[in-house]
Design a protein around this ligand. Sequence first.
Ligand code: ADP
Ligand code: AMP
Length: 216
Amino acid sequence: MINLILMGPPGAGKGTQAQKLIAEFHLPQISTGDILREAKRAGTPLGKQAASFMDTGKLVPDELVIGLVEERLGKPDTRDGFILDGFPRTVPQGHALAAMLEKHGLKITRVVVIDVADRQQLVARVTGRWSCPKDSAVYHLKNKPPRAAGVCDLCGTALVQRADDTPEKLTKRLAEYDAFAPALIAFYRSQGLVTELDGERPADEVYQSLKKAVGR
Ligand code: ADP
Ligand code: AMP
């Protein structure tokens, strides 16, 4: 069973690696960032509450995010495995996740932290990122251009840039990561669940290490 948490700073490659796992193992990807962006776009009450935090690169309050993950994990497609991308981000989120999984008789099998120490590399990655709003496929102007300019290889939808993928907002998002991630990593390390991967390597190499980490 693969019940995986992907951690790492913004731009580390979590979404990219999740897409590779989906293509090979057909697991659902639960990206709280994608769910929140969709709620924001649709103008739902949750989206409106989350918007001011997201627009300034701050973490959305735990209770908002926990509720939406609980709803998503309640769906039956998560029973044969799942990939959590961008959740949990804080220790309270980690505790809440453990409690909700326990209700369904599930637990996390591995936490993979994708490290990219070179912050300039993260700037280059997020400022060149284009993503598909429909299926979460991720591209990069230089590193992974789509086959046809501006449209998703998988579904033909027009690609979009994220409002928070600017150098200024990235600085704030990285500060949030540095403030909250170490304690969460320590929480999972004490449970023997953490594998750290060097995310500065080409995405295919990272993926080979990721597969080993999840026992495939
Ligand atoms: P995250 O989900 O961690 O924020 P993404 O998977 O969206 O990161 O990747 C951020 C950007 O960096 C995307 O444009 C992606 O194409 C590119 N990217 C991802 N992994 C690598 C890698 N190993 N090497 C170079 N570029 C990468
Ligand atoms: P991401 O797509 O993971 O980079 O997330 C984009 C933004 O959504 C973040 O900067 C936060 O504002 C918000 N967000 C996503 N996931 C979480 C989470 N687990 N906890 C708090 N805020 C989150």
